[in-house]
Design a protein around this ligand. Sequence first.
Ligand code: AMP
Ligand code: MG
Length: 353
Amino acid sequence: MTTKRVPRRVAANVVVYASVLATLCGCATRPTGELTRFEFTRPEMGLPFRMLLYAPDRLSAEAAAEAGFARIHQLNDTFSDYDYDSELSRLSRTSGSGQKVEVSEDLWRVLTLAQSLAKRSDGAFDVTVGPYVNLWRKARRDKQFPAPERLERARRAVGFGHLRLDAGNRTVELDVPNMRLDLGAIAKGYAVDEALKVLKEHGIRSALVGGSGDMAASDPPPARKGWRIEVAPLDAPDAPPTRYVLLSNRAIATSGDSFQRLEIEGRRYSHIVDPRTGLGLTDHSLVTVIAPDCVTADSLATTVSVLGPDRGIRLVEQTRQAAVHLVRKPGDRIESIDSSRFARFYEGPDTSR
Ligand code: AMP
Ligand code: MG
């Protein structure tokens, strides 16, 4: 996952942060009826995870948040492709050995969702892209295009057809050598959903959980219609003005190349790879998806980035209760497109179009 650049340092921090949680979050504000708003932030999966929640008192808020963060931490131990000992890394190391590996419930669920989206998107979404992603990570470090022979070698170890799931026995087989699974486009969304579930189990009905651009909300804050969330604007001087959406019992995720990209001879290559070519995307775009859960929003946002507006929007329209907002700059002009269900989430009257 891209989100795990500093797993060991993060792991160390977690111990520290756990012990100072009360200071970190000492930010209860504005009692509303019987509920008070609390905010917690902690680095997990290599980025700051944030929880906003309404609880009757500090003790119950802290207990819930602590359990939510612990769940995210546990999922990082399962899904990280940086951590040599994670369940995912161990699975990747069995590739080409003929082994059928029994996996945990969490890994099974994420891989099942990933394969279903891979099929629906004709392989635009593909968690076997690890070998390509590694080449592009190195390319970013060296500021050099990956060597063609390396791309060719990586190509032999990529393809969602090589990831075989046996539902009867819940086993996974990676059927060619040197495969490397990468859940960077889906695991964060799953972790956000799971953390929100944990908060619910602790009696917290109104909460927002977010890991960078991926967020999920339960019921609205007291006396509000929803959680007000900024739709990420395109990083361009002439980008359209910032818009906000109001969400409850929904998730939102943004995918794009604003933060991670490589520039070679004036061309910008994104950290998102087109699995069909092995190349980082060069289309400068920002894709925001709203869906009933964050694992769907996260994975769909990356998929639409790869598919582009026409096929991408069609895929989202075919996905239950999903909506997409896409901003791109194909040439000099900025293009902003919403799928049919997106406008209903905008806050207030739509005056900008
Ligand atoms: P996101 O920021 O959610 O769009 O996820 C991007 C990350 O997903 C990358 O940093 C890679 O780790 C991984 N990734 C890149 N390209 C793809 C792809 N085509 N399908 C699935 N995962 C990808
Ligand atoms: Mg994503």
